[in-house]
Ligand binder design. Structure first.
Ligand SMILES: *Cc1c(COP(=O)(O)O)cnc(C)c1O
Length: 219
């Protein structure tokens, strides 16, 4: 299948209201353009430098989500390029996003990354820490919490991901009913190539797909 064919197949399969983020790490601007022409409206990037290269060719005709691990010294650049940062996992990084956005008059929509597997080597906040951090950062004027993101297990049977997705949805609902001022729980970003169907069943309304669109990555 071509990239365009893959995109069309995924888009026709996703239920109404579920948004597709094309995870574009290691892909060329030409590959990303093909996906956009087939209907992708959101590009997910993990690396700032790579994102800038692709952005130079494609520009603002699509939305850009940052889905990688964000270092504090890169936040200034990231807030200019991206429309959403899906991977906020500390008060410090949220504070830096807020400060940098204030400098350019922008309010950044963010998702809080949850370490739903409670694995120490993984990124994201443990579920119980997430609520405390969200309470703290909800008053930041130049950042808006709009939901949660999680990775889940990277390999294995898609069914292995289900408990992680279910736990993240539970936290999502728990935070939503708190009705925190300034927090709007709209987006739940879960699921990748091997697990997006399970993620959608468990309530995801953003799925981040790379391999199934662009093919296997060589690095
Ligand atoms: C690479 C990546 C994806 C997509 O992974 P695939 O298995 O290629 O679909 C999704 N989310 C994040 C954060 C990624 O880095």
């Amino acid at each position: 299948m071509t990239i365009a064919g893959n995109v069309k197949a995924i888009l026709s399969e996703l239920p109404e209201g579920v948004e597709l983020v094309a995870a574009a790490k290691t892909r060329s601007p030409e590959e990303v353009l093909e996906a956009i022409e087939a209907g992708v409206g959101i590009i997910g990037e993990n690396y700032l430098q790579e994102a800038e290269q692709v952005y130079r060719v494609i520009g603002g005709k699509v939305k850009w989500h940052f889905i990688g691990s964000l270092q504090k010294n890169k936040v200034g650049k990231a807030v200019r390029l991206f429309d959403m940062i899906e991977t906020v996992d500390s008060r410090e990084i949220a504070g830096e996003i807020d400060r940098r956005c204030a400098g350019i008059g922008k309010v950044m929509p963010v998702l809080i990354e949850i370490n739903s597997g409670r694995e120490s080597q993984k990124t994201g906040l443990f579920p119980e820490a997430a609520i405390a951090v969200i309470k703290e950062i909800s008053s930041f004027p130049n950042l808006k919490v709009e939901g949660l993101m999680t990775m889940g297990p990277l390999w294995g049977d898609p069914e292995d991901s289900r408990p992680y997705f279910r736990e993240t949805k539970r936290i999502f609902d728990e935070i939503r009913v708190l009705g925190l001022p300034g927090v709007e729980m709209r987006y739940l970003s879960m699921g990748m190539t091997n697990s997006y169907r399970v993620a959608v069943e468990e309530g995801a309304n953003i799925v981040r797909i790379g391999t199934k669109i662009f093919g296997e990555r060589s690095r």
